[in-house]
Design a binder for this molecule. Structure first.
Ligand SMILES: [Zn+2]
Length: 206
């Protein structure tokens, strides 16, 4: 091995030992619904939790919807609970191609440029400008922020470790809250590109 390459390998190895690791959660396409939109799509039906998610209080529901775009449809898109103030659909870039829409990459909650999408169930359908590609982010528990050396709103680069496709992702947003469990969220396209699956780890690159 060349001296330069060896030096770089040693630097990366030390960095990966010293830097605190962050578990990765891979978000498949999903939907959040407002109470009013839920009632239109699932009238007289209770929201039924199926599986708890890592973030406290969040869960995958039994209910699913179908997304309909100008070019295609995607069935069995999972509803996440609890219900929110605004409905929001989160898809990958690959999903967006399938549907034939061009949603922006945006932080969850920022629907200012969201793409219109039709959401369908056996009971009805609604079309709302609420579809985004979620910007990759790290939920940081307040107690972990100093250990990780980050503040709410920071943008960081993160190295994700996989056997043959270790990948650095830039443009990762830090979100700090006492209500969070520390976890990095990426979508299925980002996970597949780096051959990452749920529970793999990442660390912040300085
Ligand atoms: Zn998240």
């Amino acid at each position: 091995m060349e001296k330069g390459a060896l030096k770089e390998l040693i630097r990366k190895t030390i960095e990966s030992i010293v830097a605190p690791t962050i578990p990765i959660g891979v978000s498949n396409r999903h939907i959040h619904l407002s109470g009013a939109d839920y009632d239109r799509l699932f009238p007289r039906e209770l929201l039924r939790p199926k599986k708890a998610l890592a973030q406290p209080g969040e869960f995958a529901a039994e209910q699913t919807v179908t997304l309909v775009g100008p070019r295609g449809t995607i069935e069995r898109v999972r509803l996440l609970g609890p219900l929110r103030a605004h409905s929001q659909v989160e898809v990958s870039q690959t999903d967006a191609r399938t549907l034939g829409i061009a949603p922006p990459v945006a932080l969850s909650g920022d629907l200012s440029k969201a793409a219109p999408i039709t959401i369908k169930t056996a009971h009805g359908q609604i079309t709302l400008p609420c579809c985004i590609i979620a910007k990759r982010h790290i939920h940081v528990a307040e107690a972990d922020s100093s250990r990780l050396g980050v503040h709410h709103g920071d943008t960081v680069a993160v190295r994700m470790i996989s056997p043959q496709r270790t990948t650095v992702y830039e443009d990762v947003i830090i979100r700090v809250s006492p209500d969070y469990v520390t976890e990095m969220h990426i979508d299925t396209d980002e996970a597949n590109a780096a051959q990452i699956s749920n529970g793999d780890t990442a660390y912040i690159v300085r």
